[in-house]
Design a binder for this molecule. Structure first.
Ligand SMILES: Cc1cc2nc3c(=O)[nH]c(=O)nc-3n(C[C@H](O)[C@H](O)[C@H](O)COP(=O)(O)OP(=O)(O)OC[C@H]3O[C@@H](n4cnc5c(N)ncnc54)[C@H](O)[C@@H]3O)c2cc1C
Length: 461
């Protein structure tokens, strides 16, 4: 039984805001369906998806000089919003596909929808090596196809860890860029197909290290070496490589759907070959969550397009569409985030809500009576792209009772060092030169708001 439309029921909910989710949203919004995107927050990675965690994307069509992953995702988001997409910036916590309309819980809300696109992506598995976080994107990568051509890897020795098809393929692929590739295999045999294995074993530019464990990585600004150990020995060897590529599998974000949809033995949502339809009518899957093979931004975007078109057709066929009329046929220009200019002595304003740089920080730190938020960010930091608009919203809601200064840790290294900042985003809250609170990473908006309100209600003078 397919439920009829009612005012409280969405046409289409999209879970996930990677390239698949936002592309679905762009298509559905342009078809006047006013889709609702639940962007994700923490459970399955940050809003904007995996490309928020990388630097330059050089293979997404339309950007001849490459584009920073977080900038690309800001553009996709702006395009989806421009055409009328609604956003809930939270995780979907529960999905019930046994009733129609489908029920989704997110952000303490119950949402009903006639159709659903699942675009929750996948996480590249990590080894959790002691220094892995320090060298992530500084020598360590989970995507040889994406990052192999990076200049730092050119004509250098590289390593791939893993023993399956992906690891073999990546090892061979990387011989195009590196001078030599070491394949670190935990067991004594490859799990790859025979043809793939023979391509590796017959390649003089690849050395396979059998029965070998990867213990840690070493470097300064960039990876210099990996520490490896043969099984059943105690000798730890240092292998000089400038790149380390993980090929130890991906885990698709499908926990919410187990027992409700057909999921294949590797945990990916099963769809009809080359199509977005899942085993439940009206539910579509797009991007990495249903694709263990291609896993690229552009393939995810393409499948997101298919999912939205299929959902639209299905809604129409079942007479479930509620079209939203647009006031203006052509919506206003998209609001893409613009970097804040560094505040100088000339343009400093003692009551501005958001300013940037050391001059504004010095002035407000010493002179402002308001709670002062300092956000330490860096241009390539995806989570900073997620957090800054959230903080701006909090400060707008507080109508000037608190102020913020943004510090780019690359431009103001000394300040970041003095503040003990060792990663971005870091947020510190001050009042009257006293550090009240400090947070690392993306947190819920409400956490910052509550802390500031508490401070406003407490008299520290
Ligand atoms: C380091 C790195 C570099 C890469 N570089 C490139 C590159 O250069 N070029 C390229 O084409 N590809 C690259 N890729 C691959 C590319 O990022 C992925 O193929 C692509 O992002 C997949 O898009 P997606 O929309 O399917 O999923 P994702 O990008 O994984 O997005 C999934 C979304 O779902 C959300 N989500 C998960 N669970 C929930 C939930 N319960 N509720 C709500 N939301 C949820 C997440 O928050 C996220 O927004 C790279 C990947 C990595 C890891």
């Amino acid at each position: 039984m397919i439920a009829k439309h009612s005012a409280n029921v969405e046409n289409l909910v999209i879970i996930g805001s990677g390239p698949a989710g936002y592309t679905s949203a762009i298509y559905a919004a342009r078809a006047n369906l006013r889709p609702l995107v639940i962007t994700g927050f923490q459970i399955g990675g940050i809003a904007g998806g995996q490309l928020m965690t990388t630097t330059f994307v050089e293979n997404f069509p339309g950007f001849p000089d490459g584009v920073l992953g977080p900038d690309l995702m800001d553009l996709l988001k702006a395009q989806a919003v421009r055409w009328g997409t609604q956003l809930i910036e939270a995780d979907a916590e529960l999905v019930d596909l046994s009733q129609r309309p489908f029920l989704i819980k997110a952000d303490q809300r119950e949402i009903q929808t006639n159709s659903l696109v699942i675009a929750t992506g996948a996480k590249a598995n990590r080894l959790n090596l002691p220094k892995e976080k320090t060298f992530w994107s500084r020598g360590i990568s989970a995507c040889a196809i994406c990052d192999g051509a990076t200049p730092q890897f050119h004509k250098e020795e590289l390593a791939v860890v893993g023993g399956g098809d992906s690891a073999c393929e990546e090892a061979v692929y990387l011989t195009k860029y590196g001078s030599h590739v070491h394949l670190i295999v935990r067991s004594d045999q490859l799990k790859a197909s025979a043809s793939m294995a023979s391509r590796v074993l017959g390649n003089s530019l690849v050395t396979v290290h059998w029965g070998t464990e990867l213990l840690d990585v070493i470097g300064t600004d960039w990876l210099d070496a990996i520490l490896i150990k043969k099984k059943n020995t105690s000798e730890i060897k240092r292998l000089l490589v400038r790149g380390l590529f993980y090929a130890i599998g991906h885990t698709p974000n499908t926990e919410l759907f187990h027992g409700q949809l057909l999921i294949n033995k590797n945990g990916y949502i099963s769809t009809e070959p080359g199509r977005p339809e899942t085993s439940v009518e009206g539910v579509y899957a797009a991007g990495d969550v249903a694709d263990s093979e291609w896993r690229q931004g552009i393939t995810a975007a393409g499948s997101g397009c298919k999912a939205a078109l299929a959902a639209e057709r299905w809604l129409s066929k079942n007479n479930l569409v509620q079209l939203f009329e647009r006031e203006n046929l052509e919506p206003a220009q998209a609001l893409t985030p613009k970097p804040t200019e560094t505040t100088t002595e000339i343009d400093f304003q003692s009551n501005a809500i958001w300013q940037k740089g050391s001059y504004a920080l010095r002035k407000l730190y010493h002179e402002s009576k308001n709670p002062l938020i300092v956000i330490y960010s860096s241009p390539n930091c995806g989570p900073c792209h997620v957090l800054k608009p959230q903080l701006k919203r909090v400060l707008d809601e507080l109508k000037g009772k608190a102020q913020c200064v943004e510090i780019d840790i690359q431009a103001d290294q000394q300040i970041a060092k003095q503040a003990g900042v060792n990663g971005t985003p870091t947020v510190q809250l001050f009042k009257n030169k006293v550090l009240i609170n400090s947070w690392r990473g993306v947190k819920q908006r409400s956490i910052f708001k509550e802390a500031i309100i508490n401070l406003l209600e407490t008299n520290l003078d």
